[in-house]
Design a protein around this ligand. Sequence first.
Ligand code: F6P
Length: 342
Amino acid sequence: MPSISLTRHLIEEQRLGHVTPDLRLLLEVVARACKRISVAVGKGALGDVLGEAGGDEASINVQGEAQKKLDVISNEILLEANAWGGHLAACASEEMEHSQQIPDAFPRGNYLLVFDPLDGSSNIDINASVGTIFSVLRCPEGVTAAEDHHFLQPGSSQVAAGYCLYGPSTMLVLTIGHGTHAFTLDREQGSFVLTKAHMRIPEQTREFAINMSNQRHWEAPTQAYVDDLLAGKDGARGKDFNMRWVAAMVGDVHRILTRGGIFIYPWDRKDPSKPGKLRLMYEANPMAMLVEQAGGAATTGRERILDIAPTSLHQRVPVFLGSKDEVDTATRYHLQHDSAAA
Ligand code: F6P
């Protein structure tokens, strides 16, 4: 069987009417940028890429987090690649306060690109997995100068979503609404090769992912749900669960797409002004689309993530995603708690 490259896969999808020529070319540009990021990440201590950006004065991003050099490098690679691509009206990045229109001097297209250039960046300095997450929306018709509010579309409007995982191998996982497919970077050839078509998440699982150090800050139904996971065979669930935490959402979601599980970043009381840690547009929406396209589910513990109407570019939400039956169970704990309290 000859191997199927990302390019060939997308051309076949175009023939089937699943993707427009413009979206296909835009995804190729994003994939090319991810290859460049993969090279930068792979240099590690041999390149001048580790540590914090900004030298002595740490540079702080719009999320209030210290930026790593690789956050900044990855953001620049994605911006630069897409400025010249000709398929975008504007892009928005987790690292930038506002969206950026494609400058007048450059060719413009009809899509909006949203990205987290380097997710899980606390893993950079320990040589563990990190990744790029992206989402593509249509620019509303008739809009010639896209602004932040044009991006505020529910996740169900995404026309494509994906991530690139920089781990022992570099993998691009992509959906254009017709299944979730995984491509592995062939470093010698420089091309992404289809290695798993139509990923499927088992509906049931015995594995969960959550940062347990926040346990005391969670709300009651999250506590009750996780208590029952921990009670294992001796508790209400009647089976033992294992726990894993990569501390980079791309790594945890990749494991779940590969062998099932539930990933949780719930609302917590540590900072009551933040309804969760993860960002709706840059993390929750693209991952929810990938997971649903692989037969899984994604909620906030109460509602489907892809149904949320965003109110701001950097909005945060609680996230429960992965194996369908397990996400449904976790959601039930929260909804039953709410109706008992009502
Ligand atoms: O974007 C935030 C992120 O790095 C995710 O990739 C990851 O799942 C999470 O934060 C890790 O959070 P914590 O540091 O609380 O474990």
